[in-house]
Ligand binder design. Structure first.
Ligand code: CP
Length: 336
């Protein structure tokens, strides 16, 4: 394995092998597997889980890591291409990235979407520009359009919970949030559930349709794995028989990059907060998933989040095991 950029770069069997490896490393630790190896972590956007779980993963495998982020006392970073650097930024990302990469054996980068141009973000233009500057194995720790580490961990969580693949009903539901959030998690989550062979329903209000490029890719993955993908704004019908409600907010795709119009469209949608009545017609064992961080009382009620249906902490813990598997496959002696 040379990099971990997108789940779609792998076959479902390869993802299964990573999930199996994650489970093995959870049960049978290998504290010397990556002895002497260093992981460079560049966070251009904030994090709790990704930051902590990658560092913990490296320590558990016998290696080490270091973190660079603009919040630290580094030189001001310029990210715009072709700029005359006569302002406050003293260092360009074009030098900083290869320098950081040179200190490690693999590198993780997080760079969120700017939220301006949908086409540019679907093409992952900014992240791909950074990707070209790295000559060690690269890990996508969340780009404009993908969060594969989250989705790998979520696949493992679904397996741990024995949620059926064929016939498993997965509802990816838009949820209210005061701000327009990126498409990375919904895009990767949809791809993951489709590749896993589940029947996936994207439940969202009008104006928040996922872009055709994202839907088409997932539809093809589902067809190859024996699952299906559809999109609706009919909540009652979507939730019937669901095994999973995976909540996530995202920006209006109808008004992408237009903050005022997005705010106007989402203002009356505060009832898109997952609460107990959402589970009235689901499968009786239906679980609630969310990648975290989550806004209580906005995205999901306290009752659901604190109740037995919620598996959000298990998902977060699986981030560490899933990433241990990725690091083992990228840097270990045996590969994947
Ligand atoms: N889910 C996730 O990636 O969390 P962080 O943003 O805290 O890393």
């Amino acid at each position: 394995m040379k990099e971990f950029y997108d789940l779609g770069d792998f076959s479902p069997e390869e993802i299964e092998a990573l999930v199996t490896l994650a489970g093995r490393l959870q049960r049978y630790p290998e504290p010397r597997a990556l002895e002497g190896k260093v992981l460079s972590l560049l966070f251009l956007s904030p994090s709790l889980r990704t930051l902590a779980s990658f560092q913990a993963a490296m320590v558990r495998l016998g290696g080490g890591s270091f973190v660079i982020s603009p919040d630290m006392s580094i030189h001001g970073l310029e990210t715009r291409p072709g700029i005359v650097m006569d302002g406050t930024a003293a260092e360009h990302i074009r030098e900083a990235v290869p320098v950081i990469a040179a200190y490690g054996d693999a590198m993780g980068i997080r760079a969120f979407a700017e939220g301006k141009s949908l086409d540019k973000e679907i093409a992952d233009t900014e992240f791909n520009a950074l990707r070209k500057l790295v000559n060690t194995p690269l890990i996508n720790m969340e780009s404009a359009i993908g969060h594969p580490c989250q989705s790998l961990a979520d696949w493992k969580t679904l397996d741990d919970l024995q949620v059926p693949k064929q016939g498993g009903r997965f509802v990816l539901s838009w949820a209210y949030h005061p701000r327009a959030l990126p498409l990375a998690v919904p895009s990767s989550t949809l791809q993951m559930a489709a590749m896993r062979g589940m029947d996936v329903t994207v439940l969202r209000p009008e104006g928040f349709e996922l872009p055709p490029a994202i839907m088409d890719r997932a539809t093809q993955a589902a067809a190859a794995s024996g699952g299906s993908v559809r999109e609706t704004d009919e909540r009652a019908e979507a939730l019937e028989g669901a095994h999973i409600i995976y909540a996530k907010s995202w920006a209006s795709t109808r008004h992408y990059g237009d903050k005022l119009k997005d705010t106007e469209l989402r203002r009356p949608l505060a009832d898109w907060c997952v609460d107990d009545p959402w589970f009235e017609t689901t499968d009786q064992d239906c679980r609630f998933m969310h990648c975290l961080p989550v806004r209580r009382g906005v995205v999901v009620s306290d009752q659901v989040l604190d109740g037995p249906r919620s598996v959000v902490i298990q998902e977060a813990q699986n981030r560490m095991y899933a990433q241990m598997a990725v690091l083992h496959a990228l840097l270990g002696k045996r590969g994947l």
